[in-house]
Design a protein around this ligand. Structure first.
Ligand SMILES: Nc1ncnc2c1ncn2[C@@H]1O[C@H](COP(=O)(O)OP(=O)(O)OP(=O)(O)O)[C@@H](O)[C@H]1O
Ligand SMILES: [Mg+2]
Length: 501
């Protein structure tokens, strides 16, 4: 820790009109260290990142790189100064090769000014080797997983010899194996003496990977602590300003009639012979590894994707295939996994987004005013602690987690009989997580049936009355709450038959 810091921010502030995104952000990054940045949704983490990336310009405060004051007005300046930002969803050129993407805009030229492809390929292969990653430098990037695309961005940062690598919620869209590989890469970056900043809402990741942690709350710096000297409880208190006692507030609810009945649902190559039901008052978890086909089943049930065989029934009636509108009318709702892409009208207001699916019911004599919308939306927005100072705030300017909450609110407002939620708390901070769980529990208490897809085992075990486990497109286990242990669920998630019985 005697080395001087690579990057220092002190009392940095940023406002957008009346919205104070950042009051006083402070952060010190040391070389050869992985630093976690945590805080509730809307705490200002991404805003701080964007200032470092040259995407936003700070209003005030101190920003130093290698001890020298800097003030970036473009991302190119930040890059040139050695700061690389890896976003949740990288933006590569799909029809260029891996190598071409890494050297985009600065191809080394050999004699006669010709692009020296050979040395580009060699350097790419060498960086992958150093990172312990196997990927063909010549393949085009179209069709690569998000995890692979992130690795390409990291390789690019290394080839530019970036001294600071910033990852803003990089693991949100990754599977377990991919997270492990990203962590291995981050550790080798640290061992090469680079400074790594890692943003995540998952404490297990923060503790597994990071050396130091900085907590932000309400746009301000709260504390920086070596990871070995802190605990989850302490971090939660710093983030939320209070104790979060019960993360899984599950009510005991009498289980009623089957509401949703799915039988023999099949879509060639995606999922096969899926049968299950969800009863009134019941929370059924659909567990499994990323890629097991859980979201695909949900999308088929809700009519977004087609299926080739099988039937979906709601309250005893067949739900027509391939029509989300009919599914919604029948009483189904689906909160999608990728809420930003699939559920949010970025340019509309928060209130409008929340009431989007219930406009018909809300309007009186065909008239729907913003005031009427906002009154209906307000209930849900405050329930889910959507941090925005007005309901007409444009949804696209909300923090990532708050956008997720808006979409959740929108579907809850439709008053469904059966609610399908895909990764309901992904990207959502710990305080609101408890609130989302309480809400699901309450909805079940009102007799709604809930199908919850979740990759977080504690959430599955804490909330579900029954756990269905999928592996490679098939249901491999159905476990009542009493038998749903992490061992049983993990076993079924990784094996193709019901051998565990
Ligand atoms: N371009 C913008 N215009 C208006 N407000 C903005 C803009 N960018 C951010 N904000 C506001 O600044 C605050 C901080 O947002 P930021 O994205 O930094 O939060 P975050 O800590 O990254 O949260 P999350 O964990 O949800 O990603 C939020 O209230 C957000 O609505
Ligand atoms: Mg963010």
């Amino acid at each position: 820790m005697n080395e001087s810091p690579v990057l220092q921010l002190e009392g940095v502030a940023k406002s957008f009109g009346p919205v104070i995104a950042l009051r006083s952000g402070s952060l010190t990054l040391e070389p050869g260290s992985i630093h976690a940045l945590i805080g509730e949704n809307g705490a200002g983490k991404s805003t701080l990142v964007k200032i470092m990336a040259g995407l936003y310009r700070r209003d005030s405060g101190d920003f130093r790189l290698h001890g020298e004051p800097v003030d970036f007005s473009t991302t190119a300046q930040s890059k040139a100064a050695g700061i690389a930002v890896i976003y949740q969803e990288p933006t590569l050129f799909p029809d260029l090769s891996v190598t071409e993407n890494i050297f985009m805009g600065r191809q080394p030229t050999g004699r006669l000014g010709r692009i020296d492809r050979r040395s580009m390929r060699q350097e790419t292969a060498q960086i992958f080797g150093r990172l312990g990653v196997t990927m063909d430098p010549d393949r085009i990037t179209e069709g690569l997983s998000i995890a692979d695309q992130q690795i390409i961005e990291i390789a690019k940062a290394i080839s530019l010899d970036a001294s600071v690598l910033i990852m803003d919620e990089p693991t949100a869209a990754l599977s377990g194996v991919e997270v492990e590989r990203l962590f291995a890469v981050a550790r080798s970056l640290r061992d090469e003496g680079r400074a790594v900043l890692f943003i995540s809402h998952r404490f297990d990741e923060v503790f597994a990977l990071c050396d130091t942690v900085t907590v932000m709350r309400d746009g301000a710096y709260i504390a920086t602590t070596p990871i070995s000297e802190t605990t989850v409880d302490q971090l939660v208190r710093q983030m939320v300003g209070r104790d979060v006692t019960e993360l899984f507030p599950k009510q005991t609810v009498p289980i009623g009639e089957p509401l949703l009945e799915v039988s023999g649902l099949t879509s060639a190559g995606v999922f096969h012979d899926i049968s299950f039901d969800v009863r009134a008052g019941e929370i059924v978890a659909l567990a499994g590894l990323v890629g097991a086909g859980r979201s695909e089943v949900a999308r088929a049930v809700f009519g977004i994707d087609p299926y080739s065989a099988g039937e979906v029934r709601l309250l005893g009636r067949t739900v027509p295939r391939s029509s989300p509108t009919d599914a919604m009318r029948a009483g189904l709702a689906l909160v999608p996994e990728d809420r930003r892409k699939q559920g949010l009208v970025i340019e509309s207001g928060v209130g409008q987004n929340i009431t989007l699916s219930i406009r018909r019911q809300l309007s009186k004599f065909g008239i729907l005013t913003t005031g009427m919308e906002n009154r209906a939306a307000k209930v849900w927005a405050s329930r889910l602690e959507v941090k925005t100072h007005a309901l007409d705030t444009v949804a696209g300017t909300l923090s990532g987690g708050n956008q997720q909450k808006v979409v959740l609110a929108k579907w809850l407002a439709t008053n469904p009989r059966v609610l399908i939620v895909d990764e309901p708390t992904r990207g959502i901070d710990v305080g609101t997580k408890a609130e989302v769980h309480r809400l699901l529990s309450e909805l079940a208490g009102q007799g709604i049936g809930i199908l919850m897809i979740s990759s977080e085992l504690p959430e599955v075990l804490g909330m579900a009355d029954r756990v269905l486990v999928m592996h490679e497109g098939r249901i491999t286990a159905e476990l009542p709450r009493a038998e749903a242990t992490s061992e049983n669920v993990m076993f079924a998630a990784t094996h193709s038959t019901e051998q565990h019985r």
